[in-house]
Design a protein around this ligand. Structure first.
Ligand code: L14
Length: 280
């Protein structure tokens, strides 16, 4: 069978698999916003998975780690507004993207030197075959996906629409900026939120420490906080830098790091399957 353009394999295969009696958990973006397709993060909205009609969607990696960290807070004090900035790893864009980062880094180390790179950092040429349009080594790209409404990218809109669907409310004001950074694996997110009811940073730490799938690493006195190079290879969502906005009532910051290939994709899909067969 031929896959349809740049659509995920599920567009071609899911309906037939469902006809044969399978339940399809799709890791792609094609069905996420369809009405009859539950969009599931087990820690957040597992029960909604039961309403499936054969297809269940796995959310976008950036959405999964954000809602996993925020769900306990949303349940307890309500979230009014979210402003998120992501620092996304190259692995999300696939093996060819990882190769691009690796090769560019190697090229610059071999053919240039620090003084030269500081003066003229964009030494790597990209081609039509490159995963990113621009050099990713020693760089940061303010584009993930393509540009859409109000000049937000598809990745930024996914964080808005998918979060609304998973939390089952469109009332939360969400705005995101998604940035690609030259990190190999695990996405980081700087998340600012305003809650409806007040909660102290100490209580946020307590609440998140008890939450399933969440690990708090937040010891400023010991310079301990989550970081992608350490979190890569783990299944949990790691949260640190929990602190209040001294100027805004009910304003909070946190730093959320998770392995985008594991909890952001494969692990979450397996957890949905485990829930369906009663193992979670
Ligand atoms: O929507 O390029 O599942 O890092 C996941 C990987 C979107 C792009 C998705 C990336 C994709 C993202």
């Amino acid at each position: 069978m031929i896959l349809e353009g740049d659509k995920g394999a599920a567009v071609t295969f899911a309906k037939d698999a469902v006809k044969c009696g399978a339940v399809v958990i799709d890791n792609g973006a094609d069905f996420r916003m369809c009405k009859d397709v539950p969009l599931i993060v087990p820690e957040v909205n597992a029960e909604a998975a039961k309403k499936h009609k054969g297809i269940i969607a796995n959310p976008n990696c950036s959405t999964i780690q954000m809602v996993t960290a925020l769900a306990p807070l949303h349940r307890k004090v309500g979230i009014k507004r979210i402003i998120a900035s992501t620092y996304q790893a190259v692995s999300g864009a696939g093996r060819s993207a990882l190769n691009q980062l690796w090769e560019e880094t190697g090229y610059l180390l071999k053919h240039s030197n620090l003084e030269n790179v500081l003066e003229n950092p964009m030494l790597c040429r990209t081609t039509e075959q490159s995963a990113f349009n621009y050099q990713i080594a020693f760089n940061a790209l303010a584009q993930i996906g393509s540009f859409k409404e109000f000049d937000y990218t598809t990745e930024e809109w996914k964080m808005v629409h998918e979060t609304h669907k998973i939390f089952n409310t469109k009332k939360i004001k969400i705005s995101a900026t998604c940035i690609r950074v030259p990190v190999l694996n695990a996405h980081s997110e700087s998340i600012y939120l305003e809650t409806l009811k007040p909660i102290s940073p100490a209580d946020v730490k307590k609440l998140l420490s008890k939450a399933k799938g969440v690990v708090v690493i937040d010891e400023p006195s010991k310079a301990e906080y989550p970081m992608p190079a350490k979190v890569s290879g783990n299944d949990d969502v790691f949260v640190g830098r929990i602190r209040k906005d001294p100027f805004v009532k009910n304003g909070l910051w946190m730093w959320v790091v998770s392995d985008n290939l594991r909890k952001g994709a494969a692990t979450n899909a397996v957890q949905i399957a485990e829930y369906l067969i009663g193992k979670r």
